[in-house]
Every structure is written in C-alpha cells, then in structure tokens.
Write a protein that binds this ligand. Structure first.
Ligand code: GLA
Length: 384
C-alpha cells in the first residue's frame, strides 16, 4: 500500500521522499459521543489506510508546504504558518503547526508531501485521523529527533491539528486508535484518564456503508457538544466537582432527568448510559460473551437514534434488518447522521448480508456496500 504515495511523490516532485508512514481508519464498536464528554470508547482499526510520503522542499522558499494526493492530483502550496489551505491540505498544515509547537519541526521548514488513501471519506471511518496520524509520523520523522515521537504523542499532535487548527469539534478517539491500534484487538480508551486496555477481538464484523455522507465541519457535532456543555453547567449546581458529563453517576439518572430540560436531558441520558454500557461491553468482550455484547450494540444504537438524535433512516433500516435476520448486534458507528453501520454476526451466519441487501435496495433503490472488517494495526513507518 505505500507505493502509490511514494510513486506520486516521485512523479510530482522529481525526488525520492525521505520518510513515509501510514495509519488506519477505524470503526467504533461502542461508546459513541462519549469521548469529548470524558467517557470510554471501544474502537478497532480497519484494514483501509492512508499513507503519507514526505521530504524536504529544495527550492529555497522558507516555511512552505507543497502537498498532493492521489484523489485530486493537484499540488496545494501554502506558507503553513500563515494560512491553512482549503480541503484536506489544512489537516497536513495543522500537523506541521503542532509539530512546530512541540519544537519537532523548525518554523521555517519547507516540506513536500504526497498522500494516498483507500479510507472512504465522510463514511464515519475517520479518514481525517488516518491522514493526520500518518502525516504526524512521516513529517515528524523528517526532523532531527522527530522519529522518536511515541504513539500517544502522535495521537496528541493529530488531535490538536484537527481540533485546534482545522476547528473540527471531534474528540480524541479517532487519533488514539489510529496511533495505538493492535491487530486482532479492540482498544478500550478512557478519554478522561487516558487509560487504555487492548482487548482481543476476532469476531466476525460486517461494515455496511449507507452511502450517505457527512462533513463534520458543518455537521451537528458542534451543536451536540454545546448541548453537552450546557448539561455540565447545569449539573454542576447539583454536583460542583463535576468536570465531565460522563462522570455523572449512572445510579443518579433520575436526579439528572429532574435537573435538565429537553433536548439537553436526552443528550445527557445518552452520554451517561452509553458510558456505563461501554464499560460493561468491554468486560463482556473480554469474557468472550459475544451474544450479550451484541445486545448492548443494539441498545447503543437505540440510544443514539432516540436520545442523541444522530442516526439516519438508512442506518436505522440496516440495524432493524440485521436484528430481524438474527445478527448478534448492530449499530451506527462514528458520529452518525449518515456514514456506516457495523453488524456483529456468527461465523456461520448466511442470512444477514442478503437480508440487508434486499431491504436496502427495496427502501432506497440502490445497494449498500457490505464488507468484512478485520481489526488491524495502527500507525507505522513504511519502507521507501
Ligand atoms: C467523531 C469524532 C470522535 C467521536 C465520534 C462520536 O467521529 O471525531 O472523536 O466523538 O464522532 O463518537
């Protein structure tokens, strides 16, 4: 997979890149809209990856980023400290600024990057974190001492590039799994304490792309974050030491419901119950109790649909059909409002895929792309 980025670099800039790195997209098994509320998430990395090839810019101008991708094949050229380019180039410039803040990249560094990816964009599979984590690794390796950045530092650079520089209201899940993932494992990540636990995951998981796309920069995500912040402000009256919404005790749901008005109440009930559900789900997965684990996936979807209002008719069709066909569990994955759903099935299941295909075609007149997901490895450097 590294070849297309390296070849594109060579073809565009006429030289060989000095470093290359790749990072994966992800699906989240459970724990939706919990990360930016200080709760747990349980993602796996998928096989689809983004590769970034990087090298110094030789033409003398200081502080320049030149970037090209196999998707649009147009060279973006900016002074990365002064302006963010439009589109995906902003994420790369954001990474440079964050590496500069860590004193890894020099302020006047001029660099070139070429990007190749097979992570679908806007499908809820975290194409942006795959790009920022791969860029952090490849660009970090260009600088003296940069190659020593640890996976958690890569995740931090990538998160701040997306959140602080580009201005996406994301949490820390996507960058963390892209940097820390292990093959055949899910990662339980507690966003407040930053604790992590690798949990073996070899179950059969389907990914169903609804074909509807979202752009997180203009989406409902920022609105939901504001609603969660409003919930914390009100709940602090009840519990002054509350910092994170996810830390509200699950046994006090009745008190939370009394304190908040709709729609804030529903958003907060989702976050608090999803937090408990995700920790329980991680335990069940560790014990190999897939049937009970799957039941929690259905519950999580219902909570996302009804309380957090982040589903879509297409995702609901997929989940309801999976349930009728006897799948162990199913839910939307990622931010929602379109994108993809995951479906957990027995190894011997033959009914679920045709049932979803049939129902989807009947409802929407087009087919849904269905693939099997393998829990894959996180970011690594690529040989040039
Ligand atoms: C997006 C964000 C993540 C997370 C999910 C919802 O994918 O990037 O950090 O908040 O939405 O769980």
């Amino acid at each position: 997979m590294p070849r297309p980025a390296i070849d594109l670099f060579h073809k565009t800039f006429g030289t060989t890149p000095r470093s290359a790195a790749s990072a994966p997209g992800r699906v989240n098994l459970i724990g939706e809209h919990t990360d930016y509320n200080g709760g747990p998430v349980l993602p796996i990395a998928i096989a689809e990856r983004t590769t970034v090839a990087a090298g110094p810019c030789a033409n003398g101008d200081a502080g320049v980023l030149e970037a090209i991708s196999t998707r649009d094949r147009k060279v973006v050229r900016v002074k990365w400290q002064e302006e963010l380019p439009k589109g995906w180039g902003a994420y790369v410039a954001g990474v440079l600024r964050e590496l500069w803040a860590l004193e890894v990249t020099m302020p006047n560094a001029s660099v070139r990057v070429a990007v190749a990816s097979n992570v679908p964009i806007g499908a809820g599979l975290s194409s942006s974190a795959a790009l920022t984590v791969a860029a952090a690794r490849a660009l970090g390796a260009l600088a003296p001492g940069g190659a020593a950045l640890q996976p958690r530092q890569l995740a931090g650079v990538a998160y701040r590039a997306e959140h602080d520089q580009v201005g996406v209201g994301c949490g820390t899940m996507d960058q963390t799994i892209a940097a820390l993932a292990r093959r055949d494992h899910a990662l339980l990540f507690e966003a407040a304490s930053l604790e992590t636990r690798q949990i073996p995951f070899r179950a059969r998981l389907l990914l169903v792309d609804s074909g509807t796309r979202h752009d997180l920069r203009n989406s409902q995500l920022a609105k939901r974050r504001d609603e969660c912040d409003a919930a914390v402000r009100r709940l602090k009256v009840e519990l002054p030491e509350l910092v994170w919404l996810a830390s509200w005790p699950a046994e006090w749901l009745a008190r939370l419901k009394r304190a908040l008005k709709e729609p804030i109440r529903s958003r907060a009930v989702h976050v608090v119950s999803e937090t408990a559900r995700t920790r329980f789900a991680a335990q069940l997965l560790e014990q190999g109790r897939l049937k009970q684990f799957g039941a929690l996936l259905y519950e999580s979807h219902e909570s996302c649909r009804r309380l957090y209002d982040c589903s879509s008719p297409e995702l609901d069709t997929i989940v309801a059909t999976a349930k009728r066909a006897g799948a162990l569990g199913a839910r939307l994955t990622g931010a929602g409002w379109g994108g993809a759903a995951i479906v957990l099935v027995n190894k011997t299941d033959t009914k679920t895929i045709p049932a979803i295909q049939h129902a989807y075609e009947r409802a929407y007149g087009r087919s849904a792309a269905i693939s099997e997901v393998q829990a894959s490895a996180g970011a690594h450097t690529e040989r040039i």
